[in-house]
Write a protein that binds this ligand. Structure first.
Ligand SMILES: [Zn+2]
Length: 228
């Protein structure tokens, strides 16, 4: 079985969730991707999957079917393995992040409040306990042209340094990684709402207070025991 045939459920997930980008980002500027399972059905590979399904470029979020969804190789070629439509123009960023990070899904938006921070080159500090969904802060990745490997390298470097699963992209937008797509989308909403909270507090002439490292560690412990 080919890698593309193994990504049926991932292509379906892209179709099912793409419409959620409409609430997060202007026009068609958002994109999301889901990585295939390691080895897939009956596969013997261990480690992360070698391909991902991603939103197509230039079509409305609700105007494509699973068979249209581009499936892209994470290996050295980086080529399209399946799907009737052309992948998002930011596919190199997704490919490069999957090459560097063991994550299952990526959401990229130009959501306005997060992007306002990105435009100001201002990281999001821990002003609210919900930030631990992505880390203790959201860093800003240094600007590079969209769709380049340099940009992906800057994003991964910023995430690694801040130990965060999200990064603002300087003068560009936001990227969030997660083990699965629903979590990546939920965390994108968290970062966007926290960016708004931060900026609206500042706009009111007030100074946002931040949580201490100790307070954040306590929240992380609470989160780890939540839902069990
Ligand atoms: Zn973008």
């Amino acid at each position: 079985m080919t890698e593309a045939e193994l990504l049926v459920s991932e292509c379906r997930a892209v179709v099912d969730h793409a419409i959620e980008l409409a609430d997060l980002t202007p026009g068609r500027t958002g994109n999301l991707s889901v990585r295939g399972e390691p080895g897939g059905d009956g596969g013997s590979d261990s480690g992360p999957g070698n391909a991902f399904a991603i939103t197509p470029t230039g079509v409305p979020y609700d105007a494509f079917d699973p068979g249209d969804v581009p499936v892209v190789d994470i290996g050295t070629e980086g080529g399209q393995l399946a799907g009737e439509m052309t992948p998002s123009s930011e596919v190199p960023m997704h490919t490069a992040i999957y090459r560097r990070e063991d994550v299952g899904a990526i959401v990229h938006t130009h959501s306005p409040w997060a992007t306002a921070l990105a435009v100001a080159n201002e990281p999001l500090p821990p002003i609210h306990y919900m930030i631990v969904a992505v880390g203790k802060s959201v860093p800003v990745a240094e600007y590079a042209p969209y769709g380049t490997d340099d940009l992906a390298a800057n994003i991964v470097a910023a995430m690694d340094e801040a130990d965060s699963t999200a990064a603002l992209i300087e003068n560009h937008g936001l990227v969030v990684t997660a083990p699965d797509l629903p979590t990546a989308l939920e965390n994108t909403h968290h970062v966007e709402s926290l960016a708004r909270l931060y900026l609206e507090t500042k706009s009111a002439g007030l100074e946002p207070q931040t949580l201490s490292d100790e307070q954040l560690e306590t929240v992380l412990e609470q989160f780890e025991s939540y839902g069990q």
